[in-house]
Write a protein that binds this ligand. Structure first.
Ligand code: GMT
Length: 381
């Protein structure tokens, strides 16, 4: 198949899923055309089967806001026509689904161009619910030839708030179990934990919804009970607030801000525990990546996280804001090496059994096939 993929190329779960999906599909013999404003995150190499088409947006003094959505639609139609694409797959509904809809309409007299939309999270639970975007997001979902959501939670939320009769297929996030596996580096470990401290880790885009401040509060409690350090992977709007908080608490020597890293598995592999205290998480890709590297996860019992994580088997689940409970659980787990390693091993097992790319990517292929053949898509997970 020849597939056009559009996503936000920045640091964020939907861009990571889109990039990894494109890479896996290319490995399976498909031709992938990324259409976006810059090369998506985690795409480090272009090949015969992984191509990139940059959306160029002309600015003009009259424009208070540059109309990216229109430039994207134009590029989608151009690439679809020139490269004879079978399908457009957009990640994150706003505004990508609308651009895809416009591209499909632009080509309507020439050729059929099915569009698939994958809903990732805040395109439904936050941004899409805003009155400025809700009607057009609903329209975009209805106009897509096929829609997937990354968890049963997100499917239900979409049907409840956007369209109860919409067919939505649940296809969860996935990892490549060969890339994401524990490859412990003594040298890297010693860089952060020279005295054998426990390593806690958090990976996110540092948006308010991630409650990164809670990670610091949990860590502050844990490090009073045992020698420990904290690694922050990723970057985003909340980072400077969190850095200030760390400094105010006198923890600067124990907390490391690594920024955006190309190989998160290297850092996850030296970590003992991931903390993900999000206010909402439609799936929780960061947790899955940690699990694949044998890192148990302490997370909040929200959104799609309980579908991914099993309390007591792969870590702990607690209510949003339950700092003391999460800190207590962390101390308990970190104090029992055997139990910690058992949970880590369960976590990897679960990641491989249910979320490896070899299991999930064929589901996208089957989904595409149905859309290309013009069959209605959408079934229960
Ligand atoms: O809203 C975000 O935090 C970013 C968003 C994205 O599109 O990058 O992440 C969402 O998509 C990920 C990939 O499907 C999911 O694993 C995340 O749980 C989800 N984030 C939220 O629901 C907050």
């Amino acid at each position: 198949m020849k597939i056009g993929i559009t996503c936000y190329p920045t640091y964020g779960g939907s861009g990571v899923v889109a990039s990894e999906l494109g890479k896996s599909l290319a490995e399976r013999g498909h031709e992938i055309h990324f259409i976006s404003s810059s090369l998506p995150n985690r795409i480090f190499q272009l090949t015969e089967r992984i191509r990139f088409h940059e959306v160029e947006v002309m600015d003009y003094p009259l424009f208070e806001h540059t109309p990216y959505c229109l430039a994207l639609a134009t590029k989608m139609a151009e690439v679809a026509d020139k490269e004879n694409l079978d399908l457009l797959h957009v990640h994150y509904a706003i505004p990508h689904s609308i651009s895809a809809y416009l591209a499909r309409e632009m080509l309507v007299d020439k050729r059929r161009l099915p569009i698939a939309t994958t809903l990732h999270g805040t395109d439904i639970t936050l941004v899409g619910r805003n009155h400025s975007y809700l009607p057009i997001t609903r329209f975009a979902i209805r106009q897509s030839d096929g829609v997937t959501a990354v968890s049963r939670y997100l499917k239900a939320a979409t049907q409840r708030e956007f369209c109860c009769d919409c067919e939505i297929e649940v296809i969860p996030n996935f990892i490549n179990g060969k890339t994401f596996q524990r490859r412990f580096s003594q040298q890297l470990y010693r860089r952060f934990a020279p005295k054998g401290e426990r390593i806690l880790v958090h990976l996110s885009n540092f948006r308010p919804i991630k409650k990164v401040g809670d990670v610091v509060k949990i860590f502050a409690r844990v490090q009073k009970q045992m020698p420990a350090v904290l690694l922050f992977l990723g970057d985003g709007v909340e980072r400077s607030n969190v850095e200030f908080m760390v400094w105010e608490l006198g923890l600067s020597e124990k907390v490391f801000f690594m920024g955006k890293v190309n190989e998160p598995a290297d850092y996850l592999s030296i970590s003992d525990l991931m903390i993900l205290p999000s206010e909402l998480e439609s799936f929780g890709l960061a947790a899955l990546e940690a699990m694949a590297c044998e890192v148990p996860v302490i997370a909040t019992r929200v959104g799609g996280l309980p579908e991914l994580l099993q309390a007591g088997e792969t870590g702990c689940l607690a209510p949003v804001g339950a700092i003391d409970e999460m800190a207590r659980c962390a101390v308990e787990l970190l104090s029992d090496e055997n139990h910690l390693r058992q949970l880590g091993s369960n976590a990897r097992q679960r990641a491989l059994t249910s979320y490896d790319c070899d299991k999930i990517v064929p589901r996208y292929e089957a989904f595409y096939q149905k859309l290309i053949e013009g069959k209605p898509a959408g079934k229960e997970d």
